[in-house]
Design a protein around this ligand. Structure first.
Ligand code: FES
Length: 669
């Protein structure tokens, strides 16, 4: 009589011969097949679901049939009663035993290192391998012959059943443990951190614990709540960073600390308070308790990073821009003042340099330039642009003081991206008449329904993407020349070109009703864009020099700015170097995505820690060539660099003999 059967697991292809009566979970474990289990085979968690293939598999030389598994058990019936029927004839791998030859498929959601597909990511999936995991154990009851403490017996159970060693438990766990064990009839679910710290203990089976990935920006704070076991993002939410009341941009917040002793503590309190409010709001929406959040993962620029940790950021306000630490941080959330589970952990990604923070580490983790052959440029534009260039061989990074012009600040009609802001602009090359669209409306200004569509809001200003487009269109139509000078001679062709003082401006929109504002693009507005884009390009050029390359092959623009601008217009103005436009795109909220990856996958943390250590830092403030690159980059698209790839798509105006570029000194923002 045959007492062994052949089992092949897909998709891994691992195979082995097993005694009849062995559970599928046991067979998978013996072969090292990636099959999940939280409850240790008790039929509680449902993570071990498998599917039996039906048919003849000549490749494996076996016939597999569902009746080669044991009959459905009472435990499986109970699981389905509580959780709903299995889909596609699945079985619990811990309950079904081997009765004949089998081909067993492990569905993606039953794999330990499962992948979560994120449609909005270029790097399509995140591996789920969190630092905090749940384990169900049955703990030996104490008796007179074994008077050891409950904690010792809990640790023994975790070692025997799950192979966990080096376990640590503090007073909080010791206090909770006795009650949990007795309430759960000696069965408990334990949350264990990768360090071996026991973070939580609950009676019986606890299905899920949660984590939050948080991107602390100067303007907004964005949070994603995730189920740490499944990796699913349950809710995402954002809030304004209340530190804005201490200063709009980073350097004004550093100045606030310099001028006001104790100002750093005020700002730390403000941001921690906002994070606590956000945690509560996201938990409520998702129907979970903040006490079930056991892990937080943060990205932030250097100043936000320091203020988040209660570190005075004044050293970041001047050369040599020394960080208190550039290493990743593993902390207790409680010591940061964050109110979730009392033993919750907090992980901060490493910073790259004094002006290149953990947010850039998040972008690098999300975009993985270190795995690319293509020379890849990552740009995250805020009041400073953080720039990373390189590929699998070498990575360099710097920050460049672009100032806030790309966010609509320092522009006469500028505003943040919000309903009513002009975001798209076209100018007719013959008539020089503009048409535009505003955020919140699908119609263009020359469409019939535009006035009625926008009657309630009107035109309120022009945002960053609108500024980029209008200045680029002004360049393409000859309203400004390569040096950015508004051509007053065109006033005779179209009265929108108007004299103001000793320069000229272009009337984009004239107010028609109260609340509707007149938008004029002045000579100074064009200058502000030139200064910002020259700083950005000069930073990129420094990195290209450092790597000895004349061309980038792939460009990814991160952050809100990168999501909204039309990359073609960004290249027409020379914000970024020439590149095949098909290889230029938005990276979305790459910093937040990086935080999410680090939250869900402990290996991603090791990866980014290692990559960041290898990134070479370039400090623009001390690089002699920065000024020269800056001056040359003031012209549209550039004084000396050619744009052959762009030229294939957009006929650029004939380069006219331009006046000698004036040297301007740039001050770090
Ligand atoms: Fe938990 Fe099978 S291992 S249900």
């Amino acid at each position: 009589m045959i007492d062994q059967a052949m089992v092949v697991f897909t998709p891994s292809g691992k195979r082995g011969s097993f005694a009849l009566g062995t559970s599928v979970l046991q067979a998978a474990r013996e072969l090292g097949v990636d099959l999940d289990s939280v409850c240790g085979g008790r039929g509680l968690c449902g993570r071990c679901q498998v599917q039996c293939a039906n048919g003849e598999f000549s490749k494996h030389n076996i016939v597999s049939r569902p009746d080669h598994l044991s009959d459905a058990t009472r435990v499986e019936a109970r699981y389905q009663r509580i959780n709903g029927a299995f889909v596609d004839g699945r079985r619990l791998g811990c309950q079904a035993t081997i009765q004949g030859n089998l081909v067993i498929d492990i569905p993606p959601d039953s794999q330990v290192h499962r992948q979560v597909i994120r449609k909005d990511l270029d790097r399509a999936d995140i591996t789920v391998n969190p630092a905090v995991k749940l384990y169900v154990v049955d703990v030996q009851q104490p008796d007179m012959h074994d008077p050891s403490g409950d904690l010792r017996r809990l640790k023994q159970a975790l070692t025997i059943e799950w192979g966990l060693t080096q376990l640590n438990a503090g007073l909080f766990i010791v206090r909770e443990l006795q009650q949990a064990l007795r309430k759960g009839d000696w069965q408990v679910t334990v949350a264990v951190h990768e360090t071996g710290d026991i973070l939580g203990v609950w009676p019986g089976f606890k299905e899920a614990v949660y984590g939050m990935a948080i991107d602390v920006g100067s303007t907004t704070i964005a949070a994603h709540l995730c189920d740490l076991s499944s990796g699913q993002v349950l809710a995402s939410n954002g809030a304004m960073n209340p530190q804005i009341r201490f200063g709009e941009d980073l350097m004004s917040r550093v100045s606030y600390v310099m001028m006001n002793p104790g100002g750093d503590a005020e700002m730390t309190d403000a941001v921690i308070g906002a994070i606590n409010d956000l945690l509560r709001a996201v938990s409520t929406v998702s129907g979970i308790l903040p006490e079930d959040i056991l892990e937080l993962c943060f990205v932030a620029n250097p100043v936000m990073h320091h203020l988040l940790l209660g570190i005075n950021p004044v050293e970041l306000g001047g050369a040599p821009f020394a960080l208190a630490t550039d290493e990743s941080m593993q902390l207790n959330a409680d010591e940061m003042g964050i109110r979730v589970h009392p033993l919750a952990k907090a992980y901060l990604l490493p910073c790259v340099a004094g002006h290149v923070g953990a947010d850039t580490s998040g972008v690098v983790l999300s975009e993985s330039p270190q795995t690319q052959d293509a020379m890849t440029l990552l740009v995250d534009v805020g009041t400073n642009a953080e720039i990373v260039l390189g590929n699998r061989h070498r990575l360099v990074a710097c920050s460049s003081p672009t100032g806030p012009a790309f966010e609509g600040a320092q522009i006469s009609g500028g505003q943040r991206a919000a309903p009513g802001a002009i975001e798209r602009v076209r100018i007719d090359p013959e008539t020089l008449e503009p048409r535009f669209s505003v955020i919140g409306s699908d119609t263009w200004s020359d469409d019939q329904g535009f006035a009625s569509d926008n009657a309630s809001v009107g035109v309120t200003g022009i945002c960053g993407s609108g500024i980029i487009e209008v200045v680029a269109e002004m360049f393409l139509t000859g309203i400004i020349d390569a040096d950015g000078v508004v051509n007053g001679e065109l006033a005779s062709r179209n009265p929108r070109i108007q004299a103001t003082d000793r320069t000229f401006s272009y009337l984009l929109h004239e107010s028609r009703q109260p609340g509707d504002v007149t938008i004029r693009i002045t000579q100074n507005d064009v200058r502000q864009i030139q200064l910002a884009k020259a700083a950005l390009y000069a930073g990129i050029r420094l990195l290209m020099d450092r790597l000895g390359v004349e061309k980038v092959e792939r460009i990814r623009l991160a952050g809100a700015f990168g999501s909204h601008i039309d990359v073609k217009y960004a290249m027409i103005l020379g914000l970024i170097p020439d590149c095949d436009l098909a290889q230029v795109g938005s990276a979305g909220n790459a910093a937040g995505t990086g935080a999410l990856m680090a939250l869900l996958d402990q290996d991603a943390r090791r990866e980014i820690e290692q990559v960041v250590r290898s990134i070479e830092k370039v400090e623009t403030a001390v690089e002699a060539d920065f000024q020269q690159h800056f001056v040359e980059a003031m012209a549209f698209p550039h004084k000396t660099a050619s744009f052959p790839e762009l030229g294939k798509v957009v006929p650029l105006p004939e380069a006219r003999a331009s006046r000698p570029a004036r040297r301007r000194r740039v001050r770090r923002a």
